[in-house]
Design a protein around this ligand. Structure first.
Ligand code: SF4
Ligand code: SF4
Length: 283
């Protein structure tokens, strides 16, 4: 069975949400190397969205945390790292996955990244044995991307606006091509922002599909930070974007925009409170 088919059967979210499969997100990645205008990373127990965790988990706490989570929720089939920062901006995510491969060889390993360092770190990702990689690509045109990301920190320099956006997009597409050609399933997330990238969805879906991505997930904007005055897309706008993307690539429809420390069965039962909230101290 190829990797994408295996994920459709075993991952709680691929191929539609399953009520008998769960995931644990390990919030081990503290920092980020780009500046998305809608990003508002926070440490709390209350907000149910990406970029939020109770605290950063240390690499060495991951194994014990998964053991406890599996006792509470034996349905967990996936260990994922989705922040709260970027997984490639610091070594913690890949180090953690290396340990998991030894301790929990049966758990699927999922990782999310903004893709800035994806091309140069692709070999390492492939060697570590990630099963599913999510890359957030919000535009494939630097003029549009510059309206969504104010700049990038790259090899010791900060590149603003379109200059930074062009480097980011090039690295994302080259990185997707390299990782996908190794057999790892690549999912692409796009944050849909009305008035900025809503007329650009077809172009993104076409480009990432040509680069080898298997599935595309449209995430409605949560208006915050520099885009707090922007409008969140409504159901009709999301559906239209999905239909446009669907001309080029499979579309993922069930994402619940989980926290960076989510634990449990998405949409059914969450255990972050028992696993993370009592134990960690916010940094
Ligand atoms: Fe925030 Fe993620 Fe963008 Fe980094 S890549 S700025 S963590 S939304
Ligand atoms: Fe699944 Fe979306 Fe949650 Fe990731 S963020 S575990 S894809 S529901």
């Amino acid at each position: 069975m190829d990797n994408y088919m295996n994920l459709k059967n075993s991952h709680p979210c691929f191929g539609g949400n399953k009520i008998n499969k769960g995931r644990i997100h390990l919030p081990v990645s503290p920092s980020c190397n780009i500046a998305c205008k809608f990003c508002d990373r926070k440490f709390n127990e209350t907000e149910d969205r990406p970029g939020v965790a109770k605290a950063i988990l240390k690499e060495e706490e991951a194994i014990e945390t998964i053991r406890r989570a599996l006792q509470l929720c034996p349905e967990i089939s996936v260990a994922g790292i989705a922040g709260p920062g970027d997984t490639l901006a610091s070594p913690h995510a890949l180090n953690t996955f290396r340990t998991l491969a030894v301790e929990f060889p049966d758990l699927l390993k999922c990782m999310s990244t903004n893709g800035l360092l994806l091309y140069e770190m692709a070999e390492e990702i492939i060697t570590v044995g990630i099963d599913s990689l999510t890359v957030t690509v919000n535009a494939v045109d630097p003029v549009i991307e510059a309206n969504l990301c104010s700049g990038i920190s790259y090899h010791g320099r900060f590149y603003e606006g379109e200059e930074g956006a062009a480097i980011l997009i090039t690295n994302q597409l080259k990185g997707i091509r390299k990782v996908a050609s190794s057999g790892i399933t690549v999912k692409v997330n796009t944050v849909l922002v009305p008035g900025i990238n809503d007329e650009h969805i077809e172009a993104i879906a076409k480009a990432v599909s040509e680069a080898g991505a298997s599935i595309y997930n449209i995430i409605p904007l949560i208006p915050q930070h520099a885009l707090k005055a922007a409008k969140a897309p409504g159901c009709a706008e999301i559906e239209r974007a999905r239909q446009q993307a669907g001309k080029y690539i499979d579309v993922f429809r069930h994402c619940q925009r989980c926290r960076a420390d989510a634990v449990g069965i998405p949409g059914v039962k969450e255990y972050a409170e028992q696993i993370y909230f009592g134990k960690l101290t916010a940094k």
